[in-house]
Design a protein around this ligand. Structure first.
Ligand code: FUB
Length: 357
């Protein structure tokens, strides 16, 4: 996950903006972006979108300026709470439902509340969130509420057997739930090669299979895993797992799973090459065959998305750093339509038009 570097923004004609937000950087020309920020009152990122009770609910990270110096482990992403947003129709301004969970309420948490997700079962709502524990290892927690916007009450311990970041929970058409998760670099997946946490980074050689996201079926009570997490293998068209050195295509972070016409689509960020890409499978466990790009790089280092159908149309939720003028830890969520072609492939979206040199 995020390095200190980010796509440089050098906009000719950029103007200095003074907003109520922390960032006071030059604001890029809005015409360089396919869409405009959904939320402008606070910084938001990593939008996980779901339809609950006929409304669109968005579960983002809540970025803020913590004053922590940037490093390659993403220490500057020092988030401390979550807000939930909802929209009852496309084009409406999202409603901010306020703080749904604060790090102070999570007894085992140390620092850095990263990308969350949510699920509903039998009228109860579950917020899944990655946060470092007091030993500085990322774990995934779950908090429970009676409304989609929260508030959510955290369980006293992280999910048993959970690790790393970016949980994404998919409800299959047969009523089973699966959690996809993991992220490398700051997300610590490379510290779990032995099955237990070691604070030492171990990466496969460039020609070996890449580190994989993980998937586990969620237990009936939604509070844990029903099985040990398995690798989410992404392979090329010949059936060979993508190699660790295949930076344009291999998994880095930001898992998402959606199902379209009986096909499972696993999408994710390639991290240091900044794409959102996808593979397809006939099983929620994969293996997934790499199919292509969904989203080209955005303004800011990270790229993170979700995909949801709402009122018969599919949407991509994503983020960039437009409002902060490119400060990669101060992001804003966005949405745009996503199109599946007749052959099941997805049309690639380019949402940021680089300044002309
Ligand atoms: O927001 C913190 C981290 O940045 C997320 O967990 C990653 O996916 C990246 O977007």
């Amino acid at each position: 996950m995020p390095g200190a570097g980010f796509r440089a923004f050098a906009a000719a004609g950029a103007v200095l903006v003074l907003t109520g937000l922390a960032a006071q950087a030059p604001k890029p020309d809005p015409s360089r972006f396919l869409t405009q920020p959904l939320v402008t009152g606070i910084f938001t990122a990593d939008p996980s979108a779901h339809v609950f009770d006929g409304k669109l609910f968005i579960y983002p990270s809540h970025d803020f300026e913590a004053g922590v110096p940037a490093d390659d482990l993403g220490s500057h992403f020092a988030m401390r709470d979550y807000h939930v947003f909802s929209l009852d129709k496309i084009g409406a301004t999202p409603v901010d439902h306020g703080v749904a969970l604060d790090i102070k309420e999570v007894a085992w948490a140390g620092r850095q509340m990263w990308a969350p997700d949510a699920a509903e079962k039998n009228g109860r709502y579950f917020l899944y969130f990655p946060v470092k524990d007091k030993q500085d290892a990322f774990r995934i927690g779950v908090a429970v509420g009676s409304r989609p916007a929260g508030p959510f009450k955290p369980q006293p311990q992280p999910i048993a057997g959970s690790f790393s970041i970016d949980p994404a929970v998919f409800k299959d058409t047969d009523g089973r739930y699966y959690m996809y998760f993991g992220g490398i670099w700051g997300g610590q997946l490379q510290r779990w090669a032995t099955g237990t946490y070691t604070p030492k980074d171990v990466y496969p050689a460039a020609d070996r299979p890449a580190l994989s996201a993980k998937v586990a079926r969620v237990a009936d009570d939604m509070l844990g895993f029903a099985e040990s997490p398995r690798d989410v293998v992404v392979q090329d068209e010949t059936g060979k797992p993508l190699a660790a050195g295949d930076n344009q295509r291999r998994f880095f972070e930001a898992s998402w799973l959606h199902k379209y016409k009986d096909t499972y689509y696993f999408s994710y960020s390639t991290g240091d090459t900044h794409f959102i890409v996808y593979g397809t499978s006939k099983s929620p466990y994969g293996p997934f065959t790499y199919r292509g790009r969904i989203l080209e790089p955005v303004l800011g280092w990270t790229n993170h998305h979700s995909i949801v159908e709402f009122q018969g149309t599919w949407y991509l939720f994503y983020h960039d750093a437009q409002l902060s003028g490119g400060q990669t830890h101060l992001r804003n969520i966005k949405m745009t339509e996503l199109k599946h072609r007749d052959d099941g492939s997805i049309e690639t979206i380019d949402a940021y038009f680089e300044p002309k040199k």
